[in-house]
Design a protein around this ligand. Structure first.
Ligand SMILES: NC(=O)c1ccc[n+]([C@@H]2O[C@H](COP(=O)([O-])OP(=O)(O)OC[C@H]3O[C@@H](n4cnc5c(N)ncnc54)[C@H](OP(=O)(O)O)[C@@H]3O)[C@@H](O)[C@H]2O)c1
Length: 249
C-alpha cells in the first residue's frame, strides 16, 4: 500500500477561489498541497496564514504563462516530491470590466490573446508539464476551473454579460478538457471542468452570492474522485443545484 500523501498543485492559489481550494485540500490528511503564486511575497503570506491555522502547505512560485517558470516549478516538484497527483488549473484572468469587452465588435485582439494565454494555453502548458508525473503513477485528477458562462447552450441567455474574451477563453478551456479526456480514456487520470458559480473574490466582486468555500466544493469533489469517477465532464456548482450536476458544454 502506498502511504505517501498525494501531492496537489493549485495554480494561482494565494487568494480567491484558488486559496480556498488549496486550504480545503490541505485539510485532508492524505494530501500535501503545493500552493503556488507568481507573486512570491503573496504566496508566502498565504502559506503563513494557513500555517497560523495549523494547515501546513508547501509554496513554490509559478507563473502559468511562462515556459521557464513552469519548467522550474516542474523540476522542483519532481526533485522535492517526485510526483503530482492532483492539478487544479485555477489561475485565470477576466477582462470583462473593460468597456470594449461588452461587444465582440469592439473587443481588443490583444486582450483576447492575453486572456487565452492565461485561461487556455497555460492550462495546456501545465498539463504537458505534470502529466508525465501522473502517468508514471497511473493516477491523476485534473480539475479545470471554468464557468457556466462558457456553456454554448447559455450563449443566448440574458443572464450574463457578453464578455467575449473571457467566455470564448473558457469555451477553449472546456474544449481542452474534452480533448484531453479522450486522450486519457482508459487511464486512471481523470480530467473534468466545473463552474464554481458566482463567487465573492477580486474577480467576482462583493455582490456575488457564494463564498470561496462554497465555490471550492465541486473542485474538492473532482480532485478526489474515485478511480471509476467522471471523465471529461463539465459540472455545475454543486450547492446551487443541490448536487453533482453535469452542465451542457
Ligand atoms: N469569482 C467568480 O465568480 C468566478 C466564476 C466562474 C469562474 N471563476 C474562475 O475561478 C478562477 C479563480 O478566480 P477568482 O474568482 O478566485 O479570481 P481572483 O481572485 O482574481 O484570482 C485569480 C487568480 O489567478 C491568478 N493568476 C492570474 N494569472 C496568473 C498567472 N499568469 N500565473 C499564475 N497565477 C495567475 C491570480 O494571481 P495574481 O494575483 O498574480 O494575478 C489569482 O491568484 C478563475 O479561473 C476564474 O475564471 C471565477
Amino acid at each position: 500500500m502506498n502511504m505517501m500523501p498525494r501531492v496537489a498543485v493549485v495554480t494561482g492559489s494565494h487568494k480567491g477561489l484558488g486559496y480556498a481550494i488549496a486550504r480545503q485540500l490541505a485539510q485532508k490528511e492524505d494530501i500535501q498541497v503545493v500552493l503556488t503564486s507568481r507573486k512570491e511575497q503573496e504566496g508566502l503570506a498565504a502559506q503563513q496564514r494557513l500555517s497560523g491555522e495549523s494547515i501546513p502547505v508547501d509554496y513554490h512560485p509559478l507563473d502559468v504563462t511562462s515556459d521557464i517558470s513552469v519548467q522550474q516549478f516542474t523540476t522542483w516538484l519532481q526533485q522535492t516530491y517526485g510526483r503530482a497527483d492532483i492539478l487544479v488549473n485555477n489561475a485565470g484572468i477576466n477582462p470583462t470590466m473593460q468597456p470594449e469587452e461588452s461587444s465582440l465588435l469592439t473587443v481588443q485582439m490583444e486582450t483576447m490573446l492575453a486572456t487565452f494565454a492565461t485561461n487556455v494555453l497555460a492550462v495546456a502548458r501545465m498539463t504537458q508539464a505534470l502529466l508525465p508525473l501522473m502517468q508514471a503513477q497511473h493516477y491523476g485528477r485534473i480539475v479545470n476551473v471554468s464557468t457556466e458562462m462558457a456553456s454554448l447552450m447559455l450563449m443566448g441567455s440574458d443572464d450574463y454579460p457578453l464578455a467575449p474574451s473571457y467566455r470564448l477563453s473558457k469555451v477553449g478551456l472546456n474544449g481542452l478538457t474534452a480533448i484531453l479526456a479522450k486522450e486519457l480514456q482508459g487511464t486512471n487520470i481523470l480530467v473534468n471542468a466545473y463552474s464554481p458559480g458566482w463567487v465573492k473574490t477580486d474577480m467576482g466582486g462583493s455582490n456575488a452570492p457564494f463564498t470561496v468555500d462554497e465555490g471550492a466544493e465541486t473542485a474538492m469533489y473532482l480532485a478526489t474522485l474515485p478511480d471509476d469517477g467522471a471523465q471529461g465532464k463539465f459540472f455545475a456548482e454543486m450547492r446551487k443545484l443541490g448536487g453533482v450536476i453535469a452542465l451542457p458544454w
